[in-house]
Design a protein around this ligand. Sequence first.
Ligand SMILES: Nc1ncnc2c1ncn2[C@@H]1O[C@H](COP(=O)(O)OP(=O)(O)OP(=O)(O)O)[C@@H](O)[C@H]1O
Ligand SMILES: [Mg+2]
Length: 224
Amino acid sequence: MILRAENVHKTYRLGHTELRILRGAGLAVADRESLAIIGMSGAGKSTLMHILGGLDRPDSGQVWIGDQELYAMRAARRTQLRATQLGFVFQSYHLLPEMDVLENVMLAGMASGSRDHTDLRRRGLALLGAVGLSERQAHRPMELSGGEQQRVALARALMNQPRLVLADEPTGNLDEVTGKHVLDHLFALTRDEGHALVLVTHDKRTAARCDRVLRLEDGLLVEA
Ligand SMILES: Nc1ncnc2c1ncn2[C@@H]1O[C@H](COP(=O)(O)OP(=O)(O)OP(=O)(O)O)[C@@H](O)[C@H]1O
Ligand SMILES: [Mg+2]
């Protein structure tokens, strides 16, 4: 089991109103498994993904990556675990504008503590090749299309051979054809490299490409 969450609660307070977004959500993801999470806009999918990825502490409940409980460890250790075991792909690409494409990808490797520049470069170039961007390695992100930028973000997410990839509407900003192209890369790479995948999507057909589908509804995850 690469990911487990139990009884996760999260409430946002806006003035006097309480938004009870997560009300005991739980899930389990096996090694190499792909899981889709669907649900209405505002249901709390991104909130949940942040909690699963160690980016936002739940009010209560537990999250384990492998056998390590994410919010029971110190922040520095959580950061390290995130850098070495998890890969993130978001709706917006979050690439660093002042670095070129290859540097953006290699940076993820450096964040995980690797200092072997030759090896980082080799792996970065291989991943850019896998997403069809070998020719664009020296370009700045601004010089790429949205779909190309998201493929760079994908290469970056896979740089450290994470055990788990968390993707939150990775094609939300792309047209249908480009989005499918990015997803083809995402599924092929995670499958080939044996990463588990949790994918948030609005699209039923995309969800159906995963091994399993859960729906986030009324703060709980239920079989879809
Ligand atoms: N930091 C915050 N403070 C207050 N409310 C928040 C905060 N973050 C999210 N919310 C609220 O929590 C609810 C869930 O937001 P979230 O982004 O998790 O939904 P989502 O399911 O990802 O939606 P979408 O499909 O539109 O991306 C929304 O009503 C949102 O306004
Ligand atoms: Mg969201």
